[in-house]
Structure formats: C-alpha cells, structure tokens
Design a protein around this ligand. Structure first.
Ligand code: XBP
Ligand code: MG
Length: 260
C-alpha cells in the first residue's frame, strides 16, 4: 500500500470552527472600534468568505457592497491597520480559550505526531492566528509538530490559487502525490487541486453546500469513537463507509492508496 509522506492541514474551518465565533466577531469589533458603521451578519459573512484573506475580504466589501465610508488617501494602509486591529481581537478571543478544535482534530494530530508523520499547514490566515490557536488548544509545543507552516502573506495569491500548497510542498521537498491535504471549503479544494494534492474534506456550516468535485472524501467531521462521521461524498467514499467512522492514519492511508 502506498503511504502518505506528509499531511497538510488547512486551519480555518478545518482545525477549528473559527469563522463565525472568532473571525466574524473580530471583524465586527474592529469596525466598531474604528468608528465604522459596518456590521457583517452571518449570512453576509458566508457570501464574503468567497474571498479569502481578511484584508482582501475588507477591500472586496468596500468595492462591492457600497458601505458608508469615506475613502482615505491610503486605502491599502488603512485596511492593513484595520486588519491588524482585527488580528489582535481575534487572538484575544482564541487566547481566552473560547475556540476549541473540531471533533477528532486533536486525536488525529496527536496520532500523526507520535507516529512520526510529517505535518504541515497551508492557510490563508496569519502565523499569529495559527500560533494562538494551536498554543491555546493543544499547547505551545504543538507549533513544533509542524515542519512547515505556510501562512498569510507568505504568498502573493491566496487560496483558491495553488500558491500556498506549492510553497509548502517545496519546503517539504515532496511531490504533491506524496501528500494528503485536509480542507473544508471550495476555495481550499480549488487550491489543492491546482497544486495536484489529493484532498479529504470535512465540511462546516459555511461550506456544507460548496462544490467539492475532485475530493477523495467528503465528511461532516473527523469524528471520534462513539461520535462518528457521516460520509457525504468523494471518490473513495466507500472506503470510509467500510471503517469505524472516525478519521485516523490507517483510514487516511487506505483512502490515499485508493487515489494514487
Ligand atoms: C481562511 C480565510 C481567512 C480568515 C480570516 O481561509 O479565508 O481569510 O477568514 O483570516 P482558509 P485573516 O481556511 O481557506 O485558509 O483575517 O487572518 O486573513
Ligand atoms: Mg478553511
């Protein structure tokens, strides 16, 4: 059986349900603190998630939703400052311990780490946010579990462009077909598909209706013994149906060898 050489994890929506209870809350508080009369609802945020990256999302909102706003001379700098403030609010929410990892994530990461599996992260959010999340869920040592963390502005074109995966693959010194990506959104799978990395999806409330064409497996969650996943699709769906109902390395390797 062909074995996975490295797992590459997305962060937002995959490791934790950060979008509604942390990112969205932080955006709205940052707007209020800046004296802006903007309030993103959860439904609007679902639409805005089509654009990845907080700075890019704010610009997209200004350009396409005509909010009350007096354009500053330096719009890029203004958005960068607003977003930096949002990042501070976001990390404080995460540091307060109010953002748990999704079901099954800590078990899977712990198994992968202790078995010597190479681990990496490919995310649109910032390194600060990744560090806050890992440190305040698993613990500070979890940052060292990941050999490569590709985050935020390290590449110019964010997801759905393949650049962040290409960057991580290059740092790992691996070919795409030697790795497995874990994602939660259509922007995520467009990015992995562009980089030719086989992909397993766990959906969340914002991405349930996304198009996951090309996924090896689409699940509602990683699952735990006694709190098992539902298989939603993917070319290797039958492999998951014939399993104990939670994602572990053995299942991922079986799904992987089905694909490669
Ligand atoms: C995550 C994102 C990010 C976060 C906000 O996408 O789109 O923009 O919503 O993060 P993915 P920042 O899970 O595909 O990486 O505000 O830190 O940019
Ligand atoms: Mg995501």
């Amino acid at each position: 059986m062909k074995e996975i050489q490295a797992l590459i994890f997305d962060v937002d929506g995959t490791l934790a349900d950060t979008e509604r209870d942390a990112h969205l809350v932080a955006f709205n508080r940052a707007f209020r603190d800046a004296g802006l009369d903007w309030e993103w609802s959860s439904d609007l945020y679902k639409e805005l998630l089509a654009v990845t990256g907080g700075k890019e999302r704010i610009l997209h909102y200004i350009e396409n939703y005509d909010p009350p706003f007096t354009h500053p001379a330096d719009l890029t700098g203004y958005i960068a400052d607003l977003h930096a403030h949002k990042t501070g609010i976001y990390t404080r929410i995460v540091v307060s311990g109010d953002m748990p990892l999704r079901n099954g994530v800590e078990r899977l990461l712990t198994e992968a780490h202790s078995s010597g599996m190479r681990l990496a992260i490919a995310t649109t959010t910032s390194m600060e946010n990744v560090e806050a999340l890992l440190t305040h869920t698993i613990g500070a040592s979890a940052m060292d579990w990941f050999e490569v963390i590709g985050a935020g502005d390290v590449v110019k074109a964010k997801k759905p462009a393949p650049d962040i995966y290409t960057y991580v693959l290059e740092k790992l010194g691996l070919q795409p077909q030697q790795c497995l990506a874990l994602e939660d959104s259509s922007n995520g799978i467009r990015s992995t598909t562009g980089a030719e990395v086989p992909t397993v999806i766990t959906v969340n409330e914002y991405t349930r209706d996304d198009d996951f064409n090309g996924a090896l497996l689409v699940l509602d969650q990683f699952g735990e013994p006694g709190d098992t996943f539902t298989v939603l699709g993917g070319s290797a769906a039958d492999v998951a149906r014939d399993s104990d109902g939670y994602v572990n390395l053995e299942l991922l390797n079986r799904v992987f060898s089905y694909a490669t």
